[in-house]
Design a binder for this molecule. Structure first.
Ligand code: SF4
Length: 238
């Protein structure tokens, strides 16, 4: 059977693609994920799939456009609980996949969301069947959740990017709100005139904000001839 497989991320696609092709199906991937935010994260996950494609001979139809507005227009996020929002999100992605499957003449469509232990499996199945009825294309259902640990192990082995939240800004907040995780640890400017706590730290840091020349506040930052010490990659010509 010709199947258009919606791919949420490279890792989740590994097992399902192998199993489907092993069963004799002809599989084409479909990357349509307007739920992934912010933009750089969207690029990362798309790129990871392209990297995986270099190892696995599978064709993939990409929706290259960043879909933030389409996502926000389609999901009920204000005042709605996560189940409502996620149902709308599944519908948005699976409707696009089903439409594409119909347009390209596939016999069925499916989704790698069925391989995730993090998703609401029963809801994905229900939305898939509902969308299939409207699009007139069969929804291929399988429970691939048992593959999840092995998919992740192999993705790591291949050096593929592995995300740590589902995709939307809401899920990023839900994932990290109870943690103390920060991308930027920060270090404030040294108060002028005070002894900088540089010790063995990189010399130029204690004279931040760079490139303000403040060698006097940091003896370690001065060159022997009195010129300030600069970060090596951007050292100005004397
Ligand atoms: S948590 Fe995941 S499935 Fe739910 S709305 Fe966000 S991206 Fe979609």
């Amino acid at each position: 059977m010709d199947i258009l497989l919606h791919i949420c991320c490279a890792a989740c696609a590994i097992g399902p693609c192998e199993q489907l092709t092993g069963q004799g199906h002809d599989v084409t991937g479909c990357f349509t994920n307007p739920n992934i935010h912010p933009f750089i994260e969207f690029r990362r996950r798309k790129k990871a799939l392209k990297v995986w494609q270099e190892r696995v001979p599978i064709a993939v139809v990409y929706e290259e456009e960043y879909g933030l507005k389409a996502y926000l227009d389609s999901v009920r996020w204000s005042g709605a609980d996560a189940a409502v929002r996620c149902g709308d999100c599944y519908r948005l992605r699976l409707e696009r996949t089903a439409r594409e499957a119909g347009r390209l003449g596939f016999a069925a469509f499916s989704t790698t969301l069925l391989a995730s232990e993090e998703q609401d499996h029963a809801l994905v199945k229900r939305v898939g069947e509902e969308v299939a009825g409207r699009a007139g294309v069969e929804f291929f259902y399988a429970d691939w959740r048992a593959m999840a640990p092995e998919n992740h192990r192999r993705a790591k082995e291949m050096g593929l990017y592995l995300q740590n939240y589902c995709g939307c800004v809401f899920s990023e907040w839900e994932r990290f709100r109870n943690t103390t995780r920060h991308a930027y640890r920060g270090s404030g400017p040294a108060p002028c005139g005070s002894a900088p706590p540089c010790g063995s730290a990189p010399r130029w840091r204690c004279c931040w904000p760079w490139p303000v020349r403040r060698p006097s506040c940091c003896p370690a930052a001065a060159m022997p001839d009195g010129r300030p010490q600069w970060p090596s990659r951007r050292r100005p010509t004397p």
